[in-house]
Design a protein around this ligand. Structure first.
Ligand code: 5RP
Length: 272
């Protein structure tokens, strides 16, 4: 691959080959989600702690400072809303020249395996990979499950979905953490990134599932609500960064979170 591709990949994966993406794309189908009403504010607050923002072009142009040090993963699927009957009826929303114009390091696109729109969304993935590869732009496929998160959060289904996305040309696949996550990673020839889901009941819970996912071969995370809906987003982002890039245990990361939450001095090493 060319220099442009390698440059983008080096922003998506740090030298340890791990990654920490902050998902802020929720508005593309949900509107102003709680905690993410002002994306400009959230992005400024957290840009020192994460490696990339996952956002739409509208938010990028209107709310993200072009001087941000953070890589951009552009959300390039859409066409539905939270009040749609079927959340899976998505298509490719953005052209490759628009992605180049916005200088994104990658694009993110949802594939809905096992739904009425499986074929449509898979064909969209093929098209996107065909269009983005000549420009040196990697595609991150999202194994989307719509409203059926609980039923579909299991390794056999998600492993199949990840493998299909990788075989279709995705360079990174994002999927949910579940039991036997190592089997998903073992069957997927490209890096697997853990998706978040709704905010967990306790702070330690998210640190534990991210730690377990990393132990089982995940390359990193793409998390949203568990960070910016937390009472202390900087504490949570620091703790997650420490697990992903600094080999902290959940207990050590939780102590770091509490120390920041309780307004002790932030630990410098957990910051970029
Ligand atoms: C929605 C997405 C989100 O980016 C992803 O779900 C991460 O956000 P959260 O951690 O809030 O679930 O791809 O389809």
């Amino acid at each position: 691959m060319d220099w442009g591709w390698n440059n983008r990949i080096s922003k998506l994966f740090l030298p340890d080959q791990h990654c920490f993406y902050l998902a802020m794309d929720h508005g593309y189908f949900q509107g102003p989600t709680h905690g993410l009403e002002d994306v400009g504010k959230v992005s400024k607050m957290l840009e020192s702690y994460v490696d990339a923002f996952f956002v739409t072009r509208g938010i990028l142009r209107n709310s993200i400072d072009p001087r941000t040090p953070v890589a951009i993963i552009l959300r390039v699927s859409g066409g539905i809303s939270i009040v749609s009957k079927d959340l899976s009826n998505e298509e490719v929303s953005t052209t490759a020249d628009e992605v180049v114009r916005l200088n994104a390091s990658a694009v993110g696109y949802s594939v809905y395996i096992g739904t009425e729109y499986e074929h449509q969304t898979l064909m969209g993935l093929f098209k996107l990979v065909n269009e983005c590869t000549p420009f040196g732009i990697p595609v991150m496929a999202v194994t989307a499950v719509g409203r059926e998160l609980e039923e579909k959060k299991e390794a056999r289904f998600l492993g199949m979905a990840c493998r299909i996305c990788a075989e279709s040309g995705a360079s990174v696949v994002k999927t949910y953490y579940c039991e036997d996550f190592d089997k998903i990673v073992a069957g997927c020839p490209v890096p697997v990134v853990i998706a978040g889901g709704p905010k967990t009941n306790s702070d330690i819970e998210v640190l534990k599932f991210v730690y377990n996912g990393m132990q089982k071969g995940a390359s990193g995370v793409n998390l949203g609500r568990n960070i910016w809906q937390n009472d202390c987003p900087i504490g949570m982002a620091s703790a997650l960064r420490a697990i992903i890039h600094e080999k902290y245990s959940p207990k050590e990361a939780y102590e770091l979170f509490l120390s920041i939450k309780n307004e002790e001095m932030p630990v410098k090493s957990a910051k970029r």
